[in-house]
Design a protein around this ligand. Sequence first.
Ligand code: UD1
Length: 370
Amino acid sequence: MSEVTKPTVDIIAGARPNFMKIAPIIRAIEASQAKGGRLSYRLIHTGQHYDAKMSGDFFTQLGIPAPHFNLEVGSGTQAEQTATIMTRYEKLLLEKRSELCLVVGDVTSTMACAIAAQKLCVPVAHVEGGIRSGDWTMPEEINRMVTDSITNYFFTTSEVANANLRRSGVADDRIFFVGNTMIDTLLANMSRLQPPAFWNELGLVEKKYIVLTLHRPNNVDGENTLAAMLKAVGKGARNLPVIFPVHPRTAKTLKSIEGLSNNFHFVDPQPYLEFNYLVKNAMAVITDSGGITEETTVMGVPCMTLRESTERPETVTMGTNALLGTDPTALAPAMDELFAGKWKRGTIPPLWDGKAGERIVAILDKMLAR
Ligand code: UD1
């Protein structure tokens, strides 16, 4: 008698911001299986991020199971990473194909696996599809555009994303407005957030420090650019401590910068529960990340984004985020507003309610496991 095979979804994760997005999807698949659902999955880590602090810690804290496969791509140029991930994922699909390739977010692993899958006629689903910054100098925007151009099913986080997709000719029956899986993870872990070890050592006090994160190549690869930004942050923070978890890319440039004010505290990239504890209790966050602007919006924490554009405009129109641009002089007036207690309070965008993963899996169950 031949074995009845279960429909299998490949869940792709490669870099830090992917891990919190896949966790609730995996949890929802396992919950569906426990109720007799037939959908199964293979978790594929591309290895784009490989340090414990950029990857392993997130698996442990978020209870993500060990990947079924690790493609071990490691660091490299954009093209090197893309080519290696494509080659290795293609080999895996040729050995045993899956029914669907599910990618999340906008990192290089997202695009590379979508291309490899679609070329083998394995349909692609994109979680967080449809968002656009319009800034082609950022690799993530290229990743989004390429991925979405070959995606079959879009799981979207906002009405803006839905509108972007419709405008580019995607039919409504391929767009599923499900909410935000990154926010699922935040809400599920809110009561587990914990202070980092240095909280007491530095004598940190709630709402009396600033959190800073910078890792975009445009901001951190040039020594002068990064130095000017840091000087503006140090001054704008008055005497408050600035907690700066340093991304490995930023660390390379930071080594040669001198003369920073002594309210800076440089720390390693933080695990999920510690990082979000810091954010939740901060007076404000200054960042060039996209995902963090969503988390600050949900936690109601003032956020200043040092970028010229955002692919997440609802964090500005509805949330607590302000897009300041990359000219460091924009920080001073924003900090004045913050210290005057006049920062906007914001509201939480629709469907950012902790149930996006369940909605995605209910749709996949219907689509694949009938
Ligand atoms: C990637 C994503 C970005 C995301 C960011 C979060 C792309 C194009 N960019 O950028 O969207 O916001 O992750 O971190 O996919 N490195 C380590 N250890 C690691 C990983 C990287 O030391 O575990 C160092 C390497 O020297 C590497 C550099 O960091 O060259 C950059 O890593 P890479 O994955 O190329 O891009 P990120 O800047 O992290």
